[in-house]
Design a protein around this ligand. Structure first.
Ligand SMILES: [Zn+2]
Length: 302
């Protein structure tokens, strides 16, 4: 599933420059407008499309979504190699072939954050934009089947560009590391897929113990979740937003629990095929083999 939520396609000549010559590079930008929503991005893209002046990005990252403007495998016009300010930093030549450094648009997926770098550096970058950058980098790596070099626009035009900046880059690296961290197998005694309903205001903890660190408190309404089993009577379930297992007390915090195979609804992040496989290989055996445990922990309940 892609992070892209909206699509805009240019009609003129100066934005989509056709298929890329290659890959291996991602360049981060800021739009430098005040607005930072999808609506602001779509208005900005329409404005760019009014004439054939060069200038575009593949994706525009907003606080409420990501807009695809130039297909990922096409050339966008985010960097200007014809500018007198085009002086790529030395480190780029150490990690990329010179033809890529000197013609970055032809090899880069260009990601542009809506909003202003200086304002974000001062007030703090919106987590949604940092997350959008990181997930788009992951998607590009998945698309091309290998790692990419991530650079700032400022690394190519240091004399007249400062985007997206060192602060943004550090935050994106941190988020990328979080998203790619190894997922541990749940600490549980018995594997059993169950649809549970967690009580309002229940405490969700990072380990199966009452004194374990509190991850968060459930909202003011009961919430559904898919439990993979229990440890010391605490139900364990995978929280994709936290990239972590959460534990809740069976007696105090679970309003109801029913075997998962009796339900037909498929939760977000698990495919019907994965679910069927989990049922076929796990329910009968009581989730006892290590391979099944690992697969469910990594791919299953998200
Ligand atoms: Zn830029």
């Amino acid at each position: 599933m892609t992070v892209v939520t909206h699509t805009y396609r240019f009609t003129g000549q100066g934005e989509d420059f056709g298929p890329r010559k290659g890959a291996g590079l991602v360049i981060l930008h800021t739009w430098e407008s005040a607005g930072n929503t999808v609506a602001d991005a779509l208005a900005g893209l329409k404005w760019q499309d009014r004439d054939d002046t060069a200038g575009s990005y593949n994706r525009v990252i907003c606080v409420d979504g990501v807009v695809s403007a130039v297909p990922d495998d096409h050339i966008s016009g985010g960097v200007n190699p014809a500018s007198t300010y085009f002086k790529p930093r030395a480190w780029l030549f150490q990690v990329l072939a010179a033809n890529k450094v000197n013609d970055p648009n032809s090899y880069a997926l260009q990601l542009c954050a809506m909003g202003q770098r200086a304002a974000y550096d001062k007030a703090g970058w919106p987590p949604a934009i940092i997350d959008g950058f990181a997930r788009c980098i992951l998607e590009e790596e998945a698309r091309i089947g290998g790692p990419v070099v991530v650079a700032n626009h400022a690394d190519f035009q240091p004399g007249n560009r400062t985007d997206a900046g060192d602060i943004a880059m550090a935050l994106v690296k941190k988020r990328y590391a979080e998203l790619t961290a190894e997922v541990s197998v749940a600490d549980i005694d018995t594997f059993k897929l169950e649809r549970i309903v967690i009580d309002a205001f229940a405490n969700i903890r990072s380990a199966p113990a009452e004194n374990a660190p509190l991850l968060f408190q459930n909202g003011d309404k009961p919430s559904p979740a898919i439990s993979v089993g229990t440890k010391n009577g605490f139900h364990a379930y995978w929280m994709n937003a936290n990239r972590a297992w959460g534990y809740t007390s069976t007696a105090a915090n679970v309003v109801s629990a029913e075997p998962y195979q009796n339900t037909v609804e498929v939760p977000t992040g698990i495919t019907q095929a994965q679910l069927d496989e989990a049922k076929a290989t796990s329910f009968a055996a009581g989730f006892t083999d290590a391979k099944t445990k690992a697969r469910i922990s990594v791919e299953g309940i998200k």
